[in-house]
Design a protein around this ligand. Structure first.
Ligand code: NAP
Length: 232
């Protein structure tokens, strides 16, 4: 992998942790980030025990200071970032209506699920453009698909629709050498997805990792599930 470096947000558990595992298995140097240092370090140690090249860095995607610190760490330690996976998210309004979900819930959801990826793109996409290589994977959801959107989970759905829009805008800004795509992992057995979900974390991570490893002729500005394009 000629020293390729990947950073994954919200990677102490769930799909993010599995993405770190799969990218490390493919030979990338992985920066596993999490907002809770104890949980993040424990997750990184778990992968290091398997022989993976994984480093932990504390990153709360809602905190610009920790994003700036991560950017400085990447620059100092690696001098490059090849893959950014915007995975961290919250899903706080499962049973709420758009008429009664508290505004604070809407704001907090946008802060994590939309402004977080925006901050990360601002931190890392310009240097990818300069280096003429980069893969940005925004972990979205079918909940953010306008073509099928209905009532329910308004904060989460709107935040993921905004993330999809961000995907298009960043893809257009960075040009063809940097691939920027959104992905729906499907319904996955994690704390967010619950124990009844049909997919394992390995299945949920598959298309994310595929997009992270796209060849130079791969797509950009798209929305994917199961390695296939899906409607916005
Ligand atoms: P999860 O198990 O709930 O994990 C979410 C991760 O995000 C956790 O590591 C959490 O950290 C982290 N996080 C939350 N707020 C953060 C913040 N401010 N800064 C940094 N990290 C933060 O969820 P998951 O199922 O793995 O979901 C991963 C991605 O897949 C999300 O983008 C989600 O929307 C998407 N997705 C999941 C499903 C599904 O069925 N599971 C379906 C569609 C889309 P803490 O442990 O500190 O809370």
């Amino acid at each position: 992998m000629d020293g390729r470096v990947a950073l994954v947000t919200g990677a102490n558990r769930g799909i993010g942790l599995e993405v770190c595992r799969q990218l490390a298995d493919l030979g990338l140097r992985v920066i596993l980030t999490a907002r809770d240092p104890a949980q993040g370090e424990a997750a990184a140690r778990q992968l290091q025990r398997d022989g993976s090249d994984v480093a932990f860095w504390p990153l709360d995607v809602t905190d610009p200071a920790t994003v700036a610190a991560a950017q400085a760490f990447v620059e100092e330690r690696y001098s490059r970032l090849d893959v950014l996976v915007n995975n961290a998210a919250i899903y706080p309004d499962g049973d709420r209506s758009v008429f009664d979900v508290p505004l604070e819930t809407m704001e907090e959801t946008l802060r994590v699920n939309f402004y977080g990826p925006l901050l990360l793109c601002r931190a890392f996409a310009p240097s990818m453009r300069r280096r003429r290589y980069g893969r940005i994977v925004n972990v979205s959801s079918n909940a953010g698909q306008l073509s099928t959107m209905g009532a329910g989970t308004p904060a989460y759905a709107i935040s993921k629709a905004a993330l999809n829009a961000l995907t298009r805008i960043v893809a257009a800004e960075v040009g063809g050498h940097v691939k920027v795509n959104a992905v729906c992992p499907g319904w996955v057995r994690t704390e967010m997805g619950g124990p009844g979900a049909p997919r394992s974390v390995a299945e949920g991570a598959d298309t994310i990792v595929w997009l992270a490893m796209l060849p130079d002729f791969g797509p950009s500005g798209g929305f994917f599930r199961d390695r296939q394009p899906i409607p916005w």
